[in-house]
Ligand binder design. Structure first.
Ligand code: ADP
Ligand code: MG
Length: 265
């Protein structure tokens, strides 16, 4: 059964595109036929992150009725299929967000999962993706303004007949992740389906035009995304990378320290 997820937020810059690109790549890597559509038609970034910035046909042209959806689908990492959006203002003006429904009905025939990278805010192009998805996933940062804006988006989703599956809290400081998660669930009234730490490799991967999950698969953010993807498709997540030497967890460091002390005595 095909599942359509819209990746949304209230505030801009919380990590929607990062989550969309990496979750999509991970689902594809886990063997699922996955499509990613950049519905942020005003501030399109998916193409930039995946090196598809020169794609001749984008969602702009499709939503303007100039091209068919088949002409706007490109091969991405790990077998992910990508429908990028254009970056021109004129293209944005000519694109009709209501046509997203027609594009969707074509795409869902072909895949297991469709991820829609949605715009921030509550304009019309932002509302359509909230209404058409089976589930909306809110990407939130642990700041008050981000939480308040996400709450607005949650309410808006319900008003337009959509459903929020949960939130992904992004850019979390590892020390505070449990407290942040509890706070989010309380304030937003939806479950936290994943926590992604602040990770400098996210930017490095984006600068190299590739997803972090393929570029730096052992990175903390990659592991967090793999866990979210595994849970979405109902398979057990296992962290199979060995801990780096000398940089293990508390128990390892504690026993190392203990051993050294004993050796000296
Ligand atoms: P949005 O699509 O919501 O506007 P982006 O995915 O473009 O947000 O992310 C905004 C910026 O934050 C980008 O520069 C991205 O590289 C950075 N970023 C996103 N997630 C993380 C993270 N977990 N750690 C570090 N930087 C991140
Ligand atoms: Mg974006």
């Amino acid at each position: 059964m095909v599942r359509v997820y819209t990746i949304a937020s209230g505030k801009g810059g919380t990590g929607k595109t990062t989550v969309s690109v990496n979750l999509g790549t991970m689902l594809a890597q886990l063997g699922k036929e996955t499509y990613l559509m950049d519905a942020d038609i005003g501030m399109a970034n998916v193409g930039l992150i995946l090196g598809l910035q020169d794609a001749p046909v984008t969602l702009h042209e499709v939503l303007a009725g100039k091209n068919t959806i088949d002409e706007g689908i490109y091969n991405g990492p790990a077998g992910l299929k990508v429908i990028p959006s254009g970056i021109s203002l004129q293209g944005f003006q000519q694109a009709d967000p209501d046509k997203i429904r027609d594009v969707l009905s074509e795409i869902v025939k072909r895949c297991d999962y469709l991820l829609i990278d949605a715009p921030a805010g509550i304009s019309k192009d932002g509302v359509v993706p909230l209404a058409v998805a089976d589930e909306v996933i809110l990407v939130v940062n642990p700041e008050l303004s981000s939480i308040v804006d996400a709450l607005k988006t949650k309410i808006l989703t319900e008003v337009v007949g959509g459903h929020v599956l949960g939130t992904i809290v992004n850019r979390v400081d590892a020390e505070t992740s449990e407290a942040v998660s509890a706070k989010m669930e309380k304030v937003l009234g939806v479950k936290v389906i994943g926590i992604i730490p602040e990770d400098p490799n996210v930017r490095k991967a984006a600068a190299g035009r590739s997803p972090i999950v393929t570029r730096y698969p052992d990175s903390a953010a990659s592991k967090a995304i793999k866990k979210i993807a595994s849970e979405l498709i109902g398979v057990a997540y296992k962290d199979d990378t060995p801990p780096a030497k000398g940089r293990g967890g508390f128990i390892e460091r504690f026993s190392n320290a203990l051993f050294k002390k004993k050796a000296k005595n």
